[in-house]
Design a protein around this ligand. Structure first.
Ligand SMILES: [Zn+2]
Length: 884
């Protein structure tokens, strides 16, 4: 595959940037900049090449002590290469300082969410400006060396309309100029104000922030155990201060938790969280000034559970980036995985400390297996999945499931292989050794090798530099005479490469569900085959393998009989593996139903399911997972049956409802509803997820009783998640009034931003062809905006997961037309829409032809110069076809 950018494009720049002195003036339609870059030459120079994109440069000069004697320099913009060429007046020798001053103007965009861009402006306020510099946004603000290694100090002055409540950049306010820390009027122009920030900690340009906006503030502070305090601010839309109170508490808890876990101490006076409306990502760390989309930043009665969990994750995630990313910065985008893997790992540990760890791990496993953006599905194509990439067309492509989901799994495995103690010591060495500078993949690994005394060559070769995952199979035999258990492991892999080094965990479990003493182990598995002998052991009832998905890949227990799996579902002390065992049993049912259109679910499976319906001893979240029947199978050999997945699920749900099953569902719901309300957020979230599994069952029922019950529950729903889940169940059911109910609820839910986003996510979930009209009707509303990533994604993503409709002729026509329109507005989001097509080669022949034709239609309509990422990705998908 060919890419626009390869690793060789990221050599150290010929100059090292050391300081930027910048003044930005915000106006309604543009931003004017004037500033000076101070650099040190790495090589002898005659000319200087800066990164600059879509800037109107009016002047380049050699700065002098007084501005009037500045000497103008010849310069030439080179837009195709996004460069600004500057002729230096005299040769510069290695090690000499170079300083240039530039004046320029940028015109922020409404939809290109890079550099400074136009966010949604509050009523009666001046234009709201937000910035996003990762990866190459700074060059859209001011000419610069836009490289991760260009870490420099900053002095940033912001000037704008006096009505703005905030003008914000990185660092601390310059107290010499502003003793009270507040902006001052521009001399002679009281309609404008100005403020200067000083950032003495070297920072890469991609972390720069310059915002001018109107917000309300919720202020607080957090104190470290030694008494040092950090001022905390939430900058929120007008009237939303109360909605920042829970996030503020999460933030305070995160900061102290992170300090205890990593020893990190925040180096600035204030840590801010700024609400923004538009962003392709949930949030962005900008050294001390995290920007987060409002819907994820604030918590109120319209915040759905998925968002509540996400809020805990994103708050600690962005804060951790002050340490990992800002303190120690990746050397190039090819090392971006380092920033994210470590940060997501911290995020996972924090959320596991707040919520039930097994429930969280199940959610993480869902993300790994997600058929669109999940890394396993990407890897199944054979073209993607390498963590340290060979190249890319746009840095946004690195913001994907490989970086954010697979890479943290690699660190999770590294921790198990080395032991927590060694892992933590190596991480501390990495952060202290590279503090204030940059680090690359080799330097990261070197710290872990040094502390552990082990070579990580084999581990990193397969996990970081090859695409593909291990497929481990295990089988055991028990020798009753010798009281010995022999566990045979074998690994093959997807993708090209060698044998993976992975931690393999297992336990032998007795009939009562107890782990047999001495049998609980985690071993290093780094050969094609291995045999583990456990001596002096009672015969186990079943084995519990790869607990909590300890390694990334697939694991199949070839010895496990259906009876053993039933025992495991009922009794494994590892809750995660109970759910895995249930999924295996459900896959066996799927196979039977696929083979015989008239078959129904087997009695043992139904018995087990009904047992779970009644089992109130299990934690709610785990029971919800056990009862939830996904369209997605665990067995990857069943994945190509996308068109059948909806019907298979319906047949299983209806089998549960038959023969008195519906009454059991009602009883389970009544028991659940009869329990006293809980104020404990994690417990309430788990309870609602269990209720949703029961709602799904009612949704599949065609009885009047089920429809009436759903309607009643919708009328009585107080919590937003309950309400949306119930509405979804009705919209997916055969309820005669489902259209009217959706319309009526839509009117109400559209009144608030959180309700609107939640409602949009319901619309795309109808399993009938009316889904296309419903989605089109939402697109026509004035509240809908294709360029608002939160809104457009909320409407479109459920439809690309809608297997009942997406793979029809109409569904593929919808996808083609939507991707073509969306790619012109947001390539990043359009990539998410085409992701489910990546597996097209594995589909049934007629579907494969139809999807192939759709992909070709999209590709023909999109120009690689305007939409390089989407066109490149489509080419990659289509090339898979040619390889066959
Ligand atoms: Zn991140």
């Amino acid at each position: 595959m060919s890419y626009l950018y390869a690793r060789s494009d990221f050599r150290l720049p010929p100059v090292q940037l050391t300081h930027i002195d910048l003044r930005l003036s915000f106006f309604e339609s543009h931003v004017d900049s004037a500033g000076t870059l101070t650099m040190t030459a790495r090589h002898p120079l005659r000319t200087l090449e800066l990164d600059a994109c879509d800037l109107e440069v009016t002047e380049v000069a050699l700065p002098a002590a007084d501005a009037s004697s500045a000497a103008p320099l010849r310069f030439m913009p080179d837009p195709p290469r996004r460069k600004l060429l500057i002729e230096l007046p005299a040769p510069v020798a290695t090690g000499e300082t170079v300083r240039v001053s530039v004046r320029c103007r940028c015109r922020p965009s409404d939809s290109r969410l890079e550099g400074i861009y136009r966010d949604t402006t509050p009523p009666f306020a001046p234009q709201q400006y937000i910035s996003q510099c990762q990866q190459w946004g700074f060059q859209r603000i001011f000419p610069v060396i836009d490289d991760c290694t260009a870490k420099c100090t900053f002095r940033t002055t912001l000037e704008g309309d006096a009505r703005y409540t905030h003008l914000i950049s990185n660092g601390d306010v310059d107290r010499d100029a502003h003793p009270d820390g507040r902006p001052s009027p521009v001399p002679g122009n009281p309609a404008r104000k100005v403020i200067t920030y000083v950032n003495r900690v070297p920072m890469a340009p991609y972390l720069f922030l310059a915002c001018a906006g109107t917000w309300e503030v919720l202020a607080d502070e957090v104190r470290y155990p030694d008494g040092r305090r950090i001022a905390l601010e939430y900058l929120v839309p007008h009237g939303k201060r109360d909605s920042a109170r829970i996030p503020m508490e999460i933030l305070k808890r995160s900061i102290l938790w992170q300090h205890a876990a990593t020893g990190y101490v925040y180096p600035f006076e204030t840590y801010r969280t700024l609400c923004m409306e538009k962003s392709n990502y949930g949030g962005m760390e900008n050294v001390g000034n995290t920007t987060i989309i409002t819907e994820a930043a604030l918590i109120d009665k319209d915040t759905v559970d998925a968002r509540l969990i996400y809020a805990h994750g994103v708050i600690v995630h962005e804060y951790e980036h002050n340490h990992c990313g800002s303190g120690v910065t990746m050397e190039s985008p090819f090392d971006m995985w380092l920033n994210e893997a470590y940060t997501v790992d911290i995020e996972r540990h924090f959320t596991a400390s707040v919520f039930n760890p097994a429930f969280m791990r199940l959610r993480e496993a869902d993300a790994i297996r997600e058929p669109g953006g999940g890394p396993l599905a990407m890897e199944d194509t054979g073209a993607f999945g390498q963590i340290v990439r060979d190249g890319f067309n746009d840095p946004d492509e690195l913001v994907d499931g490989v970086t954010y989901v697979k890479a943290p799994e690699v660190l999770n495995m590294l921790r198990q292989l080395l032991g927590t103690h060694v892992y933590d010591a190596a991480a501390r060495l990495y952060f202290s050794r590279h503090d204030g500078g940059n680090a690359n993949t080799a330097q990261f690994l070197a710290c872990f090798e040094e502390v552990s005394g082990e070579s990580l060559d084999a581990f990193s070769r397969e996990w970081l530099f090859s695409a593909g995952y291990p497929q481990v199979t295990a089988r055991y035999d028990y020798d009753a005479e010798r009281r010995e258990l022999h566990l045979h492991l074998a690994q093959t892999r997807t993708g090209r490469g060698g044998v993976f080094t992975l931690p393999f965990s297992f336990a032998a479990v007795d009939a009562r569900g107890n782990d047999i003493p001495g049998s609980v182990q985690t071993v290093r598995f780094d050969t094609p085959e291995a045999e583990i002998v456990l001596a002096d052991l009672d015969e186990p009832a079943f084995l519990s393998l790869n607990r909590d998905a300890g390694f990334y890949g697939t694991c199949t227990d070839l010895s496990a009989t259906p009876q053993q799996l039933v025992r495991q579902v009922r009794g494994d002390s590892n809750l995660f593996n109970r759910v895995e065992a249930m999924r295996r049993l459900t896959d066996l049912e799927r196979r039977r139903l696929l083979a015989d259109p008239l078959a129904t679910a087997s009695e043992p499976w139904l018995d087990l399911y009904r047992h779970l319906l009644l089992n109130t001893l299990l934690p709610d979240g785990i029971r919800g997972y056990l009862l939830k029947i996904d369209e997605l199978p665990l067995d990857r050999a069943l994945l190509p049956y996308v068109r059948e997945s909806f019907t298979l699920r319906q047949r299983l749900l209806r089998a549960v409802l038959s023969g008195g099953g519906e009454t059991a569902v009602f009883n389970a719901l009544h028991t659940l509803e009869g329990r006293p309300a809980t104020l404990d957020l994690p417990a309430a979230i788990e309870r609602r997820s269990l209720k949703n599994a029961l709602l799904n069952l009612l949704s599949a029922s065609g009885t009047v009783g089920a429809h009436l019950a759903l309607e009643e529950m919708l009328a009585g729903a107080v919590n937003i998640t309950d309400r949306l889940n119930t509405l979804t169940a009705i919209w997916q059911s055969r309820h005669g009034d489902r259209h009217a109910i959706l319309a009526r609820e839509g009117e109400r839910l559209r009144q608030t931003p959180g309700g609107y986003l939640g409602y949009l996510q319901v619309v795309g979930q109808s399993p009938r062809p009316d889904v296309f009209d419903a989605v089109a009707a939402e697109e026509r509303r004035p509240s809908f905006s294709l360029s608002h990533p939160g809104i457009s994604r909320a409407l479109y993503l459920p439809l690309i997961r809608n297997n009942a409709q997406l793979w029809t002729e109409r569904g593929l026509a919808w996808l083609t037309q939507t991707v073509i329109a969306y790619a012109q507005v947001s390539e990043y989001n359009a990539l998410r829409l085409i992701a489910p097509c990546q597996a097209w080669q594995s589909f049934a022949p007629d579907l494969r032809d139809a999807v192939g034709a759709a992909l070709r239609d999209m590709r023909a309509a999109l120009s690689p110069s305007k939409c390089p990422s989407v066109a490149g990705r489509l080419d990659a998908y289509l090339a898979m076809g040619e390889r066959e």
